[in-house]
Design a protein around this ligand. Structure first.
Ligand SMILES: [Zn+2]
Length: 401
């Protein structure tokens, strides 16, 4: 019955998304004016629904610009626990306008798709969640747990003034659980519960340049760099060899990638060499331990060769761990997808990068799921109306069952 309420609101969902897209919400860091106008538009929609609580957790960023965050709740029989759906209001800029068939901020419908910047990322889920929330209110069902919506700012630029700010300034219940519908696949079968840690580092070998015929007078940085790269490659793969089948690939990866240009000619022995590794590390391993191993290899080769070797971190993002597959939100979502969508969902881990990590890091179960085509951030971004409505049904069921 809640399904029918959601389905009956299809036109309202489409209209709300079409109304929202022209209210541009690009981050000031990307040259926009922020999310405030869009937030006020959404708060008005929320007030019309009339939930038990609407709270603003607005931040003021470095530039003094207000970065709004809206939280809304409908109380359940148990008010201690809330099932939250988190969506972000901000969008990336439109990019090269000549690649768009229409105006990115004047949405239009073609072949069952709404075109416009932010239509999919994250407009589809945001509007879907809003109407799932509204459907619960209209149904008069008092859900077992409280249900909540979070409309956050600043996701595209790292969430500092968005979800990160919210978790520091709003007290969630210990048992709260979260759905972040901001990533997914075309048929909605992927349920993401974990991200690998990311480590990018560079190694610079300083030897001594010389003539190709006189290695006796030189210290060949190229050869030493090769030696280190092979050592790292071998040692890390052996030591960090765990497998976890939710990931693709199901193991940690340590890939030598970029290598900077060295000498111009063949008959010069290079005196300096810099290369990089891109590592994606399973959540059970500590990145500190990987770093220590790499540093030890560098020290060993340094001692053996007399070269000076510098290690430097380019990027590091520790994994936030894996959401328990037996947590209520994961199990409930899997069941709804099986029963109502007739699909066989699979738990997945990814290479990194969603704001669910902010929640997992604080110990909250957080699952990332939605049904979408991979058009986020591209020209002619669209949202399939079918996905908008069908996902809204799943959100509503997640709220009330
Ligand atoms: Zn997004």
């Amino acid at each position: 019955m809640i399904e029918n309420i959601v389905l009956s609101m299809k036109d309202d969902m489409v209209n709300t998304l079409m109304e929202m897209i022209p209210i541009v919400a690009i981050s000031p860091e990307s040259g926009g004016k922020g999310e405030l106008d869009r937030a006020n538009f959404l708060e008005k929609k929320l007030r019309e629904i009339g939930p038990d609580e609407i709270i603003r957790v607005d931040a003021r960023d470095d530039r003094g610009i207000i970065r709004p965050n809206i939280l809304a709740r409908i109380y359940g029989e148990n008010r201690e626990k809330t099932i939250w759906i988190v969506a972000h209001m901000d969008t990336v800029p439109e990019g090269d306008r000549s690649l768009w068939e229409g105006d990115p901020f004047k949405p239009y419908i073609k072949d069952g798709k709404i075109y416009g910047r932010g239509s999919e990322d994250n407009g589809q889920s945001l509007v879907g969640a809003l109407y799932a929330f509204k459907a619960v209110k209209i149904s008069g069902i008092r859900p077992r747990n409280s249900i909540g919506l979070i409309f956050a700012s600043d996701e595209e630029m790292g969430s500092r003034w968005g979800l990160e700010y919210v978790v520091r300034n709003y007290k969630f219940g210990d048992g709260d659980e979260f759905l972040v519908p901001d990533s997914g696949n075309e048929d909605g079968t992927e349920v993401e519960i974990s991200e690998k840690g990311i480590l990018w580092f560079s190694i610079t070998v300083n030897g001594r340049q010389g003539h190709g015929s006189r290695p006796d007078l030189s210290l060949n940085a190229h050869r030493i760099a090769n030696e280190i790269a092979v050592e790292i490659d071998k040692e890390l793969h052996v030591k960090y060899d765990a497998r976890d089948d939710i990931f693709i690939p199901p193991y940690s990866t340590f890939e030598p990638t970029k290598r900077e240009a060295n000498v111009q000619n063949i008959n010069t022995i290079p005196g300096k060499e810099r290369f990089y590794f891109d590592c994606r590390i399973l959540p059970q391993y500590s990145i500190d331990s990987v770093i220590e191993d790499v540093k030890n290899i560098c020290a060993r080769v340094e001692r053996n060769t007399g070269a000076t070797i510098d290690f430097s971190i380019v990027q590091r993002a520790d994994s936030a761990g894996t959401t328990d597959r037996n947590s209520e939100i994961v199990q409930k979502l899997l069941r709804i997808l099986r029963e109502k969508r007739g699909i066989e969902p699979k738990l997945v881990g990814i290479g990194g990068g969603t704001c669910a990590a902010i929640l997992r890091r604080r110990g909250f179960p957080a699952v990332v799921w939605s049904t979408l085509d991979p058009v986020e951030h591209s020209p002619n971004e669209y949202c399939k109306i079918d996905n908008l409505v069908k996902d809204a049904v799943v959100f509503a069921l997640l709220y009330v069952t």
